[in-house]
Design a protein. Structure first.
Length: 466
């Protein structure tokens, strides 16, 4: 049996292993079995807008209820909405608490992919040990089946009809509450105009409920049909929203991904702000307001060298983790950091939520704009991001050690010597796909392209079968 979990849950092409009805049913059984052993009787499920979402939801629910555990169905809702519902419902009730939250989504991937992410009873993504335990249990059930409960003990399936409204209320109350420290008088005076790209994904219902109450907001790519999620839109495809921000003279644009846990920002000139710039702006604001707890910001090894240089400049401790927002959040909890994230646009504010939330990131950024009376481009000017080239190379699923191939190793070392500390090379395998990611940063864009090309040519020569 192949390993199920990658960097962010289980992922694959719908109707192919492991995203089949049969395996989803067993996954549901595996999660339910552990939840029961922990004394829980209910699991909450949410999903994005993919056409395969209903199918996988039905299979997961069948597996869960066959072991006597109940299912609460939240319907289409962002990933962070599931985390919120699990933690908030458990705080409200004494009995029949929710043992886990399951999200059916493949994030920024095309519609034909899907995935399964799991949150624990506190609304946290699973730690590695928890994930390994669940994976072992699922694989054991796939291989050996599991004794089902008697018919009178089968679990029930019920819907949370106001799930989206509950999540929207949480976000709106957060924005206007004391914890957020928004200058409400300034907010009412400033007429900030926003374009929001919902990526035809999970944010399409909740985003209008949140932003329309406070700002002049126009929504695009908010008509999902099951197959248009992330299609030439959203955080991975920002050309359209960039054009619209400039054409409509908007102050800012927000582009979510399919499950709305990541955010890319567009400034008033149509330029992109990726996660590292967003992180630097939010951390700098918090530090200036003496709100940057422990003076620590957490990011991943994929963060731009410009981010590290910026944090040195403003005297903030910068800690890097392995790739994945789970890893970032774990390190934040260990160090007492309140801000962390990834260049992909996953930003975590631990004061507000237990996981990355694109809408919260957008609201936090709007707060900074309001309170400082600065434009997006002004805010972004504080950091110099090095030119970066990232190439994905399809490789064998066995993921051989590329540093054991002398020509590849020598080329990498040669380029690192040429960079002499003014840039870097970082190469890693994807945790969710059979890809080798080659990332190069240098002070000059042409040199960055040249270095990346040299490495990719060596990899393709020695690792790609013709």
């Amino acid at each position: 049996m192949n390993k199920l979990f990658g960097t962010d849950g289980i992922r694959g092409i719908a109707n192919q292993y492991p995203m089949t009805c049969e395996i989803a049913l067993k996954i549901g059984m595996g999660i339910a079995d552990l939840v029961k052993k922990q004394g829980f009787k209910t699991i909450l499920i949410g999903r994005d807008t993919r056409i395969s979402g209903n199918m996988l939801e039905s299979s997961l629910s069948a597996g869960i209820t066959s072991l006597g555990v109940n299912v609460l169905n939240a319907g289409i809702i962002p990933t962070s909405g599931v985390a919120f519902l699990v933690s908030s419902i458990n705080k409200e009730i004494n009995n029949n608490k929710i043992g886990a939250g399951i999200v059916i989504s493949a994030s920024h991937n095309p519609y034909y992919d899907n995935g399964i992410k799991i949150f624990n009873s506190k609304g946290y993504k699973l730690l590695d040990l928890e994930q390994e335990k669940i994976e072992k249990n699922i694989i054991n059930i796939i291989d050996n089946n599991k004794k089902l409960v008697f018919s009178n003990d089968i679990g029930k399936i019920s819907n949370i009809y106001d799930a989206t409204n509950k999540y929207a209320s949480f976000l709106k109350n957060l924005f206007t509450g004391k914890l957020f420290s928004l200058d409400l008088k300034k907010q009412k005076k400033q007429k900030i105009k926003i374009i929001i790209d919902c990526s035809n994904g999970a944010a399409y219902k909740v985003a209008p409920l949140v932003f329309s109450d406070f700002f002049k907001a126009e929504f695009i790519f908010n008509k999902p049909d099951g197959k248009n999620i992330n299609k030439k839109c959203g955080s991975q495809h920002t050309q359209k929203i960039s054009e619209m921000v400039v054409k409509n003279k908007a102050d800012i644009g927000f582009a979510f991904d399919g499950d709305a846990d990541r955010l890319i920002i567009i400034d008033e000139k149509g330029n992109q702000l990726l996660g590292d710039k967003i992180l630097s702006i939010c951390a700098n604001y918090a530090k200036n307001k003496k709100m940057l707890q422990n003076n620590i910001v957490v990011s991943t090894v994929m963060s731009n060298i410009g981010l590290s240089n910026f944090f040195k400049k403003i005297n903030v401790k910068h800690i890097k983790t392995q790739v994945g927002d789970r890893k970032v959040f774990k390190k934040m909890m260990e160090t007492g950091s309140i801000i962390g994230g990834e260049d992909s646009g996953h930003i975590i504010f631990s004061k507000y939520h237990t996981t990355g939330d694109g809408i919260i990131t957008a609201l936090e950024f709007l707060k900074i704009m309001v309170n400082t009376s600065k434009s997006v481009s002004e805010l972004a000017s504080i950091i110099n991001i090095y030119p970066q080239i990232l190439k994905n190379i399809k490789v064998d699923k066995s993921k051989p050690d590329f540093m054991k191939i002398s020509e590849i190793k020598n080329e990498i070392q040669s380029i690192e010597n040429e960079l002499n500390g003014n840039g870097r090379v970082f190469i890693r395998y994807s945790g969710t796909e059979p890809l080798l990611r080659v990332m190069v940063e240098a002070q000059d864009i042409e040199k960055t392209k040249e270095y990346c090309k040299r490495i990719c040519e060596k990899i393709e020569k020695h690792m790609i079968r013709s």
